[in-house]
Design a protein around this ligand. Structure first.
Ligand SMILES: Nc1ncnc2c1ncn2[C@@H]1O[C@H](COP(=O)(O)OP(=O)(O)O)[C@@H](O)[C@H]1O
Ligand SMILES: [Mg+2]
Length: 399
């Protein structure tokens, strides 16, 4: 299981936090940044920089402050892109999403170290889901349910605002104590910040390249993210499936010796073991919902994250992935019927033939048994075969 990187040793918040477990932190307790933020303590080192607790002297509030690694911050194009993402993410306000406040650049006095960019965000007092699982093991369905509902609500709200997380994982989910016998409040962190670690598209864009880094967090990446494909909300839904799988079984669906080998399994390997095989008491709805999140291709997954929560509850039948195609087929049928009406009215038969033949082409290139449009069978197969790397992306050699 993933471990939070270099958490600060316990101790009073005001303690000098110059050192993290693996090196010297950028700031010391007491440092004043941008004439506005007083560093209180070092929290942890993550994939894109360091996390601090700081006091915002202007607003009189404690905030979380995340530094951006210099090799990323100095890259002008990556920086501009990152600014756009932060602006977008700032617009999403939801109780289950960590609020991002702003981007700053701290310029130390001449002769000292270089400028440091950082983002300020809501300070969350709690544990990550990753920590919780490490300390307490897998969760019961009853305990997992309210957490999943809140994670799904966060993803759904962000997707509605066109923000894709891209790095959804147990370490980006904070559990905040909500009081005795109440489920924790769940807050998803790092919306809009993920491509600081350099996703495939930003690299293809001539963007950032961080030596020695695998973009994103491989254990939670969707097959299309591994392949360097276009990311959509379905990629976050895939990651949500991995997180739920891990919450209820205590292990991730794909496991190999190295992160790259684990990632490869998702692209060319067989379907994962169903969670119910590992945990027989898991309700069938949970098993189906998790496996549907993990469909190899995006169109086999849920269309909306909120549908995942509904499917687990069994409260509302979720929309089948091909519903749009079924609607298209119905529309095509209506067109054919309209054409028939035209024929009946003695109009030109050639017009009806043209409409009929066009309506058969629902992007499938196949004609249904009655000549009407036939919905495509969803691609649920799992390709097996040899993996090759093309343009830096992992692909199935048989494709
Ligand atoms: N907004 C926040 N408030 C308080 N602590 C946080 C916040 N965001 C992250 N943390 C803590 O900092 C640690 C490192 O976070 P982060 O740098 O985002 O790591 P990662 O790159 O794995 O996402 C987390 O494991 C969590 O314990
Ligand atoms: Mg994080």
């Amino acid at each position: 299981m993933e471990s939070p990187r270099d958490p600060a040793p316990g101790g009073p918040p005001e303690a000098d936090a110059t050192r993290s477990a693996h090196g010297v932190a950028t700031f010391r307790a007491g440092d004043l940044l941008c004439d506005r933020f007083r560093v209180v303590r070092f929290i942890a080192r993550g994939g894109m920089g360091e996390l601090y607790e700081a006091e915002d002297l202007t607003l009189g509030e404690r905030v979380a402050l995340k530094t951006i690694r210099p090799e990323i911050a100095v890259h002008e194009r990556a920086n501009q892109r990152f600014r756009r993402e932060v602006q977008l993410a700032r617009k999403v306000t939801h109780p289950n999403i960590c609020r991002i406040f702003d981007l700053f650049e701290h310029r130390p006095p001449e002769g000292t170290a270089g400028a440091v960019s950082f983002v300020t965000m809501e300070l969350l007092q709690g544990k990550t889901l990753s920590q919780h699982l490490r300390e307490h093991g897998p969760l019961s369905v009853e305990a997992a349910r309210p957490i999943v509902q809140q994670m799904a609500a966060a993803l759904s709200a962000a997707h509605a605002a066109d923000v894709i997380h891209r790095d959804f994982k147990t370490n980006n989910v904070m559990l905040l104590d909500a009081g005795l016998s109440r489920p924790p409040r769940v807050v998803v962190t790092d919306f809009g910040l993920a491509h600081l670690v350099g996703d495939a598209s930003s690299m293809a864009d001539g963007g950032i390249t961080v030596t020695g880094d695998i973009p994103g967090t491989p254990e939670y990446m969707s097959p299309e993210q591994i392949e360097g494909g276009v990311l959509t909300p379905a990629s976050d839904i895939y990651a949500l499936g991995i997180v739920i799988y891990e919450m209820v079984t205590g292990r991730r669906p794909f496991a190999a010796d190295t992160p790259i080998a684990t990632a490869l399994q998702r692209v060319v390997g067989p379907a994962p073991t169903s969670p119910r095989e590992l945990k027989p008491e898991l309700p069938e709805e949970w098993d189906h919902a998790i496996m549907r999140c993990l469909a190899r291709y995006p169109d086999g997954r849920f269309r909306d994250a909120s549908d995942v929560a509904h499917a687990l509850d069994g409260t509302r039948p979720s929309r089948p992935p091909q519903s749009r195609l079924v609607i298209a087929a119905a529309v095509a049928l209506l067109v054919v019927m309209g054409a028939g009406a035209l024929l009946w009215r003695g109009r030109s038969t050639s017009l009806a033939t043209t409409i009929r033949s066009r309506s058969n082409d629902c992007g499938t290139g196949r004609e249904g048994p009655t000549g009407s449009c036939r919905a495509r069978v969803p691609e649920s197969r799992w390709p097996r075969g040899r993996a090759v790397v093309i343009d830096g992306a992992v692909r199935n050699a048989d494709d």
